[in-house]
Design a binder for this molecule. Structure first.
Ligand SMILES: Cc1ncc(COP(=O)(O)O)c(C=O)c1O
Length: 399
């Protein structure tokens, strides 16, 4: 509160625009932390939520069920790769990750193996702000590093992308694989940890390593899912199917918070028992909220009826062009694009807050972190709006 500039007050959202109370209008370059993939206030999502609001805004999801959740679970199972058929709904991304961790831990407990208490995570990863999720983020991650020693200690390795890191992973698994409950990674793009990209081969290597040791692989698609990297789910580009997948953010088209943790048949079978103690005991009060499920179903309609992935491909091409001049700007270490993600990485971004302020003055909303300035716009963004985003960034950077 003491060190941040006062937040800008938003009066309304519309398409890719934020209307501020003081009359200014900003083009949103980051789609509210990567959520509003169809743009804000999409009429189809609004209508679905309004209809649901009349019928039933909320009902508990323990011992009761409802159509919006059942339809959504079936639709997710149908579009997810492999046999990811069993959906557990929660209310946010971090909770979806907590549920995934709990699933993996209990999967082993139910088999009588109590020695598997750790998760292998990767440097650069980010999985949320609840305590379990914090423990598997990059240990040096700015928001969480102060809590090292208080959180369960989890091993974090470099992604296995060169012979040395592949060797470290192999040796680690050989020595300590028996103590792991699972491996977790964000496929192809580590988002909040620095918009770090890796190639499909690296992901396949992680899958193969998990298989060698019988370890459940958790793919956190909370950022990458629903088209952001160019495929509907990032893991599809690598032909990798996880044992557990986490989803949130664009799941509802960004309209309302909702999380989903989706398990394969193998994981589900690990809980299928006459002994009630073997059930997954988890029940966030607002899990499977009907309004959120209605929004998510409407969002999936839009993925079916509108050319979202083609729009992502067009955004990728425009980001490549629009950000390319950044390579010539002093202090820029790397410019990279994957799908609707455009990244400018600096040797050192001296004053991100001042940078952000100048962007706002020029009419765009971005929120840099670390040494990274990025664009993750709505997939419905128009060509002119996108050029304004990249143009303003280039101008602010070069003056
Ligand atoms: C990959 C990933 N996992 C988990 C989370 C946490 O989601 P939430 O902020 O909804 O708790 C985030 C949020 O940025 C994320 O990017």
């Amino acid at each position: 509160m003491k060190t941040s500039p006062p937040p800008l007050k938003v009066r309304a959202t519309e398409g890719v625009r934020l209307h501020l109370e003081d009359g200014r209008v900003l083009i949103d370059g980051i789609a509210s932390w990567w959520t509003s993939c169809h743009g804000y206030n999409h009429p189809h999502i609004k209508a679905a939520v309004a209809r649901q609001l009349e019928i039933m805004p909320h009902v508990m999801f323990g011992g009761l069920t409802h159509e919006p959740a059942e339809i959504l679970a079936r639709r997710l199972a149908a579009i997810l790769p492999g046999d990811l058929n069993h959906v557990f709904f929660s209310d946010s991304g971090s909770v979806a990750v907590e549920v995934a961790m709990k699933m993996a831990l209990q999967f082993w407990l139910n088999r009588g193996d109590a020695g598997r208490t750790r998760f292998l995570a990767f440097k650069g990863g980010y999985h949320g702000d609840t305590l379990g999720a914090m423990s598997i983020c990059d240990p040096g991650e700015g928001m969480h590093s102060a809590f090292t020693g208080l959180l369960p200690p989890q091993p974090a390795l470099d992604l296995p992308r060169n012979p040395a890191s592949i060797d470290v992973l192999d040796r680690f698994l050989e020595a300590r694989g028996h103590g792991l409950a699972g491996i977790i990674v964000e496929p192809l793009v580590q988002g909040a940890g620095g918009m770090i990209f890796h190639d499909p081969e690296t992901l396949r290597r992680i899958r193969a390593a998990a298989d060698r040791y019988g370890l459940p692989l958790i793919l956190d698609e909370i950022f990458t899912g629903f088209g952001r990297t160019g495929a509907m789910f990032a893991c599809e580009a690598a032909g990798v199917v996880p044992d557990i997948m986490t989803l949130s953010k664009a799941l509802t088209g960004g309209a309302i918070g909702l999380g989903a943790t989706v398990a394969s048949e193998r994981i589900f079978d690990g809980f299928w028992s006459d002994d009630q103690a073997q059930a997954l005991m988890h029940g966030p009060t607002f899990m499977a909220n009907p309004l959120a499920c209605a929004a998510a179903n409407a969002s999936l309609d839009l993925f079916e009826s509108e050319p979202r992935l083609a729009q992502v491909a067009a955004i990728a091409a425009a980001l490549e062009d629009g950000l390319a001049p950044g390579r010539k700007i002093g202090g820029v270490k790397d410019v990279r694009v994957m799908g609707a993600i455009g990244v400018l990485e600096f040797e050192r971004l001296n004053d991100p807050k001042a940078f952000q302020k100048r962007c706002v003055e020029a009419g765009i909303w971005v929120r840099p972190f670390g040494n990274v300035v990025y664009l993750t716009p709505a997939f419905t963004i128009g060509g002119q709006e996108l050029s304004m985003l990249t143009g303003v960034l280039m101008k602010v950077l070069s003056t």
